[in-house]
Design a protein. Sequence first.
Length: 79
Amino acid sequence: MLVRCDGTRSGYQLLCNGSVYQCVCGHTGCVQSKTATCSKQGFSVLGQCVACGAVGKHTLVAPEAVGFRRTLMQDPQTS
Ligand SMILES: [Zn+2]
Ligand SMILES: [Zn+2]
């Protein structure tokens, strides 16, 4: 199960529910085909981050991946 965008689609007042991606800069958001389509849009259809402008640097955010990163950061050399 993937993380879903909880932003609102502009003009529709509907839950976005799109897949959420994370940029190398840490910015997260969904990908929309038009600019400012979602209140939490993170990337353009070309994969350009709205925060830092990097293109194609976003990866899909999934709960498994988030948990894996958290484990790596909070469990240093203890086991
Ligand atoms: Zn969205
Ligand atoms: Zn970015």
